[in-house]
Write a protein that binds this ligand. Structure first.
Ligand SMILES: C[S@@+](CC[C@H](N)C(=O)[O-])C[C@H]1O[C@@H](n2cnc3c(N)ncnc32)[C@H](O)[C@@H]1O
Length: 206
């Protein structure tokens, strides 16, 4: 039987501890830095797309944010993160969904995605993602999108990816989004390999 995308991610999160995952970071420094550059304040709202077991949510909670949503295809990932946060995460909204079919019911001040958009290798999936992004962000809202950079790996977790330079990502997002800042990172995986990422901060202007 063919494994679905959901099965794929649930299998990975069920078999590996969070610190064994190649994308694990102790400190999501670039995400936090760009969120600060976007002017994120404790009264604002954030959605972490494909948040997995990332520590971004822990750090946002520590900064006093209370309107945080974590969306992921993998229920196993959401369960691990919810367990780790314990009572700290009682106000977090959890959404188990595929970003390409999810229906946003509201708008957020900040959209954060580290290493999800790059898995969308067909024009139809990218268009579906951009449609959700457009619905979930009001004019003036911000998006941080991190992907493998042009010299990064061609696959992640056995799946093909599309690699982007910040300018190419800006072109893919289109004229409604202004590239405000970007960062390059040589991410050290727990196994000791290096992977090039780019982090871009966009402001929705259209
Ligand atoms: C490489 S991991 C990154 C996790 C997290 N953002 C981080 O930085 O630690 C990719 C994540 O995206 C989720 N994912 C993959 N495809 C997805 C999709 N179509 N919709 C929602 N989540 C997806 C996976 O379950 C996984 O948690």
């Amino acid at each position: 039987m063919t494994e679905t995308k959901q099965d794929h991610w649930n299998r990975i999160y069920s078999r590996k501890s969070e610190t064994e995952l190649s994308w694990h970071q102790d400190d999501p420094a670039h995400s936090l830095d760009l969120a600060a550059q976007a002017g994120l304040t404790p009264g604002q709202s954030v959605i972490d797309i494909g948040g997995g077991t990332s520590r971004f949510t822990d750090d946002l909670l520590a900064q006093g944010l209370r309107d945080i949503t974590v969306l992921d295809l993998s229920q196993a990932a959401l369960d691990t993160l919810r367990l780790r946060l314990g009572p700290r995460g009682q106000d977090v909204t959890w959404i188990a969904a595929d970003i390409t079919t999810w229906a946003p019911g509201r708008v957020y001040d900040l959209w954060h995605d580290r290493a999800v958009f790059h898995f969308l290798v067909t024009p139809a999936d990218r268009a579906a993602y951009l449609d959700r992004l457009s619905q979930a962000l009001g004019t003036g809202g911000h998006a941080i999108i991190a992907t493998f950079a042009p010299d990064g790996p061609e696959t992640c977790s056995g799946l093909p990816v599309v690699r982007y330079a910040p300018e190419a990502l800006a072109q893919t997002l289109g004229p409604d989004y202004q590239l405000r800042a970007h960062r390059l990172e040589r991410h050290k995986t727990p196994a000791g390999a290096e992977q090039s990422f780019q982090f871009s901060l966009f402001r929705k202007i259209g």
